[in-house]
Design a protein. Structure first.
Length: 370
């Protein structure tokens, strides 16, 4: 399965409503920045990373794909995923300019495309190549009702509607003021009752003192986890918080390598592990993180099910994965979309990783890659 062509692409897809906001940013579109890898025998594999749809930044990624990574791939056997991963990740020139960030996002798209190719060539959905189905269902939790930009009344209404639709998990954003966030948290918990899991996500906004104060106030509401409470790389602060509160600490979507996760594991700074295949140089690296998490007996909740597509396959195949996030901005852009039925993600059935864009998405949302 010799690689013939490597073509980057950019899609800018509108978010729910006109815009959303968390504690760090406001966006109106989500960027699907990816690559199509074609082989000499006529197959095409697709992979992508996710961005804030900032076109100049997106083009840095596509330029990295086209000028740095593509020349290392053309003529290679697409089946050799582990060898090609090392060839890109350990390339001396690229390693020198960045072991995380743009080079990693570029490699994530490529690695996912290679796995997509391999599954298509085998004629099976990706989860079969990842070891087969280990669970009957993957439970979904709804984040799309919980943005900081949503008014309190609409937040409660959205949570109730999600529960009526079959969701048994809700996540809401925090990071404004402790007082406002606790008020919103109390209102949602009162509305949905004790049987629906309720998590919060700070997106790295607060310092340790603020997190401790919030956790003390939040204890009566039985939080499933507190996601990204502190700055993403602050291992010591997360370890201190994990020891000081009964609220489980979750993080990982902003970490780029298994080495970054290793210190969080070692210091007991994490309870829920949240890797993202679209940021961590792809499926190949995330599988290593999942295996390490499993060795620590820590549950994995991959970041964003429908926004990465691949995480649905991973969650059905890996024993460490427990739940998966639902944010339905881009799911309809793909031929085998990540769909939730009665609060659970549907088991993918088509060959591949679920990352093939539809012709309609290609026509409506495509941006110039250079």
């Amino acid at each position: 399965m010799k690689i013939k062509n490597v073509e980057p692409f950019i899609l800018h897809v509108p978010v729910t409503g006109s815009q959303i906001a968390d504690s760090t940013h406001t966006i109106s579109h989500w960027g699907v920045v990816g690559v199509r890898i074609a082989t000499e025998d006529g197959l095409s594999g697709y992979g992508f990373t996710g961005t804030h749809a900032h076109l100049p930044g997106d083009r840095l990624i596509t330029q990295c794909i086209a000028t740095c990574h593509a020349p290392l791939l053309v003529g290679e056997d697409a089946n050799d995923i582990n060898r090609l991963w090392l060839k890109l990740a350990r390339n001396p020139a690229l390693q020198w300019i960045g072991r995380a960030g743009i080079t990693t996002l570029s490699q994530a798209a490529i690695d996912i495309a290679l796995w997509d190719l391999k599954a298509k060539a085998a004629g099976v959905p990706l989860w079969k190549l990842l070891g087969g189905q280990v669970r009957d269902k993957v439970r979904a939790y709804n984040t799309d009702i919980g943005w900081l930009s949503i008014d309190d009344d609409k937040l409660v209404q959205g949570a109730l509607k999600a529960v009526e639709q079959g969701f048994t998990g809700i996540k809401i954003k925090v990071g404004s003021t402790v007082e406002r966030d606790l008020r919103r948290l109390e209102a949602v918990r009162h509305a949905i009752g004790p049987d629906v899991t309720l998590a919060v996500d700070g997106n790295g906004k607060w310092d340790l003192a603020t997190c401790l104060r919030f956790c003390r106030g939040a204890e009566p509401f039985d939080l499933y986890w507190f996601e990204e409470p502190l700055w993403y790389d602050d291992v010591k602060g997360h370890a201190q918080l994990a020891r000081a509160t009964r609220v489980p600490v979750a993080l990982g979507e902003q970490l780029y390598t298994q080495d970054a996760f290793a210190e969080f594991f070692h210091q007991g700074a994490i309870h829920w592990v949240q890797p993202d295949v679209t940021r961590m140089a792809g499926i190949t690296e995330v599988l290593r993180v999942c295996e390490t998490a499993n060795s620590y007996r820590l549950p994995v909740a991959p970041h964003a099910g429908d926004m990465s597509q691949v995480h649905v396959h991973l969650s059905y195949a890996h024993p460490a994965c427990q739940v998966l996030e639902y944010i339905p901005w881009i799911k309809d852009c793909f031929t085998d979309p990540a769909e939730v039925v009665d609060g659970h993600f549907r088991l993918p059935s088509e060959p591949g990783a679920g990352t093939t864009p539809t012709p309609q998405a290609w026509e409506r949302f495509r941006q110039a890659a250079a």
